[in-house]
Design a protein around this ligand. Structure first.
Ligand code: PBG
Ligand code: ZN
Length: 323
């Protein structure tokens, strides 16, 4: 006796009906990069079809996205002026605060704006916070700055915060300060399990956030460690994170599955810049069917257990009719 599995694969309509994992545009968040100025739209060599845009250009981009049914963006600010503490992020008239106010005034609740909360785009040394005299990231001093940054973005009507610095006590600190200031319903999507990864390379070109000395290994996680990765996310759940995240996605599908099984919170996967870059390079060679490759790759992240996918491919997935 043997079981005939092909019975259910013979007919295409049947195959379609039995598809367990599908992509929906509602599940996707599209990352965007804002810079100072007017009429700016800079292409980035390492990330085809990704641009740095000034706020006025960004508005048109958001209108286009909304028409396509993409209504969630992850916003990164790349200010012209960077210094040792990341002052632009601490200024209520800083780039991110002004951009969010501008977008919200124009588009209101047609767009859901998630702000990346970190200091690497704002500091001239490129690390994710303030450094001590030995050049090491000072955890608790950075927490105070993060709280200030969070309040400024909350005041500017951001819809969700996404702290990405991998500091200890980050979520607890932010939740406490936000509640004290009556922002108790502002959701936090924590970059709860974030590995020190070579896959961030192209992003750092776009965001001009490569550390000028050292690396991020004293705060981002060791890519070889599974138990630590689970602990980090569960810890952020205890600190009252609303949504957890695994980043990068593709080389960490096992971790997505692990955290999916250990937490009941919504889980996001960040399909990062280097993963995007790899597929774009493959597309250029023509050696593989790009649409199929893209669908297979992104589906793997959902199948692993991600509810939400943050991806530079979001627009082309819609344009290609893949979701
Ligand atoms: C900043 C941040 C990074 C990314 C998102 N937020 C880079 C880093 O930690 O160096 C990476 C995103 C990507 O590669 O697409 N903390
Ligand atoms: Zn950072």
């Amino acid at each position: 006796m043997f079981k005939r599995y092909r019975t259910l694969r013979i007919n295409p309509i049947l195959r379609d009906m039995l598809t367990e994992t599908r992509l929906h545009k509602e599940d996707f968040i599209y990352p965007l990069f804002v810079v100072n100025g007017h009429g700016v739209k800079n292409a980035i060599d390492s990330m085809p079809d990704v641009f740095q845009m000034s706020a006025d250009v960004l508005i048109g981009e958001c209108e286009k996205l909304i028409k396509k049914g993409i209504n969630k963006i992850m916003l990164f600010g790349i200010p012209k002026i960077k210094d040792s503490i990341g002052s632009d992020a601490l200024n209520e008239n800083g780039l991110m605060a002004e951009t969010i106010k501008f977008l919200k005034r124009a588009l209101q609740d047609d767009i859901f704006i998630i702000a990346d909360l970190c200091f690497c785009e704002y500091t001239q040394h490129g690390h994710c916070g303030v450094l001590d005299s030995k050049g090491i990231l000072n955890n608790d001093a950075t927490l105070e700055f993060l709280a200030q940054q969070a309040l400024i973005l909350a005041e500017s009507q951001v819809d969700m915060l996404a702290p990405s610095g991998m500091l200890d006590g980050m979520i607890y600190t932010l939740k406490t300060v936000l509640a004290q200031n009556n922002f108790y319903n502002l959701p936090i999507m924590s970059y709860s399990t974030k590995f020190a990864s070579a896959y961030y390379g192209p992003f750092r070109d776009v965001a001009q956030s490569t550390p000028i000395h050292g690396d991020r290994k004293s705060y981002q996680q060791n890519m070889a460690n599974r138990r630590e990765a689970i602990l980090e996310s569960l810890n952020d759940e205890n600190e009252q994170a609303d949504i957890l995240m695994v980043k990068p996605a593709l080389a960490y599908l096992d971790i997505i599955r692990d955290i999916r099984e250990k937490s009941l919170l919504p889980l996001a996967a960040y399909n990062v810049s280097g993963e995007y870059n790899l597929l774009k390079l493959a597309q250029k060679t023509g050696a593989m069917d790009y649409e199929k490759l893209l669908l297979e790759t992104i589906t793997s992240m959902k199948r692993a257990g991600a509810d939400i996918i943050i991806s530079y491919h979001t627009q082309e997935l819609v344009d290609m009719g893949l979701m």
